[in-house]
Design a protein around this ligand. Structure first.
Ligand code: FNR
Length: 414
C-alpha cells in the first residue's frame, strides 16, 4: 500500500524497487574491495547463478475472482513472531560498505519490523546492535570456535542482550575460494575487519592477551599492513587508535581470531551439546543435504536454514531452492525450514514458501540498500520485498501463508 501511495504521489524512492537496478546503483557507491567482498562468490560464481536459475525453473500460476481482499503475512518461526516471512541474513564485515553497518542495518530492520540475525563477524559488539533493534526480535549467528569457553561466552552474551535464537552457521568452517577478494588481496578478516564481537568479548581478549604475552620469535614490525589493521580495529572497538598503538593486543587479537574463529572439527555430537548450554531455540545454517538435515534434528535443533551462503563457499554447489525441495520431501511438513541464497524479490519469497520454506532470509540486497541510503535504504529494500510478496498473494488468491503450496506453481516448460 505504502509503496504505491508514495509512488503515485510522484516521489522518487532513494532506493530502486528492483533487484538489478538496486545492485547497479549500489555498486557505484561501493569501493572495489567492498564490491568484491559483498557481490563476490566462490570460484567461477556458478553457485550464485544456480541459485537464480532454480527460481527461473518455477512459474507462479495466478488465480482469479477469489474474492480475497485482506492478506495476513504473519507467522511464527522458532518461537519468534514475524510480521512477514522475512529476516535479514547475517553479514560480516559490513563496515566495508558503511561505518557502523550493523547499527544501521538493525535500525532499518527495526523500522521495517523484521528480525536481523546478528553476525558473529559483525562490526559492532552485539550489545550495541541489539540496542539498535529497539525491541524488534533478533537472533545471534555463531561460528563455532575451537575454544569452547568462547562458544559459551558468545552464547551467554547473546542471551543477556535479548537474542531470541542462536543460529549456528555450519558451512564456513573454512572460508571458501573467493577469487575476487584474493585477486585484490583484500580479505577483510585478515585486516581485522569484522572482529568486533571478539574484541568485545572477555574470554577472547583473555586469549589475545595470553598470546601477546608469549615472546615472539621475530620482533613486531610496524608495517603499513599493521597500521591499517590498527586503524580498522580502533574504528570497531573501544580503546581507540592510540591505546591500541601502544599495546601488542591488536595484532595478537587478529592472529587469535584467525586461529580460533571456526572449528573444522565440529561434528554432530559436539553440536548437540549446545542444547544443554542454552535455553534459546537453536537453528543451523548452511544445510543442503537431507541426511544432514535429519542429523541436525536428531542433534536437537529447532530449525534448519537451507543455504549455500549465497554461493560464497562451494562453487558449482546445489541451488539452495533445489535443496529445499529435497529436504522438505525427506523431512515432511513439520520441521521448521528457512531458506536463503538467491532471494531477490517478493515473488521469490512466494515461490520458496510455496515449495515448503517457513520463511526466507535476505542477504546481499539489504547490504545494497545500506550502501545507497543507510538504515532507511535497508528499510526500503525490506518493505519492497514484503510489498511485492503481499501483491503476489493478492493476485494468486492466497489469504495467508498457510495457504501457500506447490499447487500455486508449475514447472517452467523446457
Ligand atoms: C554473508 N553471509 C554470512 N553468513 C553467516 O552465517 N555469517 C556471516 O558472517 C556472513 N557474512 C556474509 C557477508 C556478506 C558480505 C555476504 C554477502 C553474505 C551469508 C548470508 O548470511 C546469506 O546466507 C547469503 O547472503 C544469502 O544469499 P544472498 O541473499 O546474498 O543471495
Amino acid at each position: 500500500g505504502i509503496v504505491y501511495r508514495e509512488g503515485t504521489l510522484g516521489s522518487r524512492p532513494s532506493v530502486p524497487t528492483d533487484a538489478a537496478e538496486l545492485e547497479r546503483r549500489a555498486r557505484r557507491r561501493m569501493s572495489r574491495a567492498a564490491w568484491a567482498y559483498v557481490a563476490g562468490g566462490a570460484g567461477e560464481g556458478a553457485t550464485m547463478r544456480h541459485n537464480r536459475e532454480a527460481f527461473d525453473r518455477w512459474r507462479i500460476v495466478p488465480r482469479m475472482a477469489h474474492g480475497i481482499v485482506e492478506r495476513d503475512l504473519s507467522t511464527e518461526v522458532a518461537g519468534t513472531p514475524l510480521r512477514a516471512p522475512l529476516l535479514l541474513a547475517p553479514v560480516g564485515a559490513g563496515a566495508l560498505v558503511r561505518r557502523d553497518s550493523d547499527v544501521h542495518i538493525a535500525q532499518g530492520a527495526a523500522a521495517a519490523g523484521v528480525p536481523y540475525v546478528l553476525s558473529n563477524q559483525g562490526c559492532s559488539p552485539m550489545e550495541r546492535t541489539a540496542a539498535a533493534m529497539a525491541g524488534t526480535p533478533f537472533w545471534f549467528q555463531l561460528y563455532w570456535s575451537t575454544d569452547e569457553p568462547l562458544v559459551d561466552s558468545l552464547v551467554g552474551r547473546a542471551e543477556a542482550c535479548g537474542a531470541r535464537a542462536i543460529v549456528v552457521t555450519l558451512d564456513t568452517t573454512l572460508l571458501g575460494w573467493r577469487p575476487q577478494d584474493l585477486n585484490l588481496g583484500s580479505l577483510p578478516f585478515a585486516r581485522g575487519q569484522g572482529i568486533a564481537q571478539y574484541t568485545s568479548d572477555p574470554r577472547f581478549m583473555q586469549l589475545a592477551r595470553e598470546r601477546a604475552a608469549t615472546p615472539r620469535t621475530a620482533p613486531t614490525r610496524v608495517t603499513l599492513g599493521a597500521i591499517r589493521t590498527l586503524l580498522s580495529m580502533s574504528r570497531e572497538h573501544p580503546g581507540g587508535f592510540w591505546r591500541n598503538l601502544r599495546s601488542p593486543e591488536p595484532r595478537a587479537a587478529v592472529e587469535t581470531f584467525l586461529d580460533i574463529y571456526s572449528n573444522p572439527g565440529l561434528d554432530w555430537s559436539r553440536l548437540s551439546t549446545l542444547r544443554a548450554r542454552t535455553a534459546l531455540p537453536i537453528l543451523v545454517k548452511g544445510v543442503l543435504h537431507p541426511d544432514d538435515a535429519r542429523r541436525a534434528l536428531e542433534a536437537g535443533v529447532d530449525g534448519i536454514i537451507v543455504s549455500n551462503h549465497g554461493g560464497r563457499q562451494v562453487d558449482n554447489a546445489i541451488a539452495s531452492l533445489d535443496a529445499l525441495v529435497s529436504i522438505r520431501a525427506a523431512l515432511g511438513p513439520s520441521p521448521t525450514l528457512l531458506l536463503d541464497s538467491g532471494i531477490r524479490t517478493g515473488a521469490d519469497v512466494f515461490v520458496a514458501l510455496a515449495l515448503g520454506a517457513n520463511a526466507c532470509l535476505l542477504g546481499r540486497p539489504h547490504i545494497y540498500g545500506l550502501a545507497l541510503a543507510g538504515a532507511d535504504g535497508v528499510r526500503q529494500v525490506v518493505e519492497n520485498v514484503v510489498a511485492e510478496l503481499d501483491l503476489t498473494m493478492a493476485l494468486t488468491g492466497t489469504a495467508s501463508l498457510s495457504s501457500l503450496s506447490p499447487s500455486l506453481l508449475t514447472p517452467a516448460p523446457h
